[in-house]
Design a protein around this ligand. Structure first.
Ligand SMILES: O=C(CO)COP(=O)(O)O
Length: 134
């Protein structure tokens, strides 16, 4: 599975803590991240991550493009709901594409935990369903 990991600045510590806790599950998959988030994951964990541009410089849109090409299976995006982002339209567009293509999106740690536990149990088969529909 291809999984994108993204966190706004005030949520990056939480994401690092989360991916460290779930490293055994995440290490089974191909991980992508926006620039700064990816840098921190690489520096602070043993996970390999393919990095895109930083979010404000187009990283959210690059991940959105993967969704549109049926190349992304799950998004874990720890958003900061209390800070305005200069690239808010990109953030909204990314979340919108998740809904367009039925890609599971966790925007907080509680949901992310459920998604990863579901992934571990083999419950995550929406891509097969999507591919069967053509
Ligand atoms: O801004 C982001 C997502 O909208 C995250 O980007 P960075 O990982 O580069 O900080």
């Amino acid at each position: 599975m291809n999984i994108a990991l993204i966190a706004h600045d005030r949520k990056k510590d939480d994401l690092i803590q989360f991916v460290t806790a779930y490293q055994p599950i995440l290490s089974e998959h191909t991980l992508y991240a926006t620039g700064t988030t990816g840098r921190r994951i690489i520096d602070e964990t043993d996970l390999d991550v393919i990095r895109f541009q930083s979010g404000p410089l187009g990283g959210d849109q690059q991940i959105g493009a993967m969704i549109a090409q049926n190349e992304m299976d799950m998004i874990i995006f720890f958003r900061d709901p209390l800070t305005a982002q200069p690239h808010e339209p990109d953030v909204s567009a990314l979340m919108r594409l998740c809904d367009v293509y039925n890609v599971p999106l966790a925007t907080n740690m509680g949901t992310a935990e459920v998604l990863l536990k579901g992934l571990e149990q083999g419950f995550v088969n929406w891509r097969l369903i999507r591919e069967q529909r053509g």
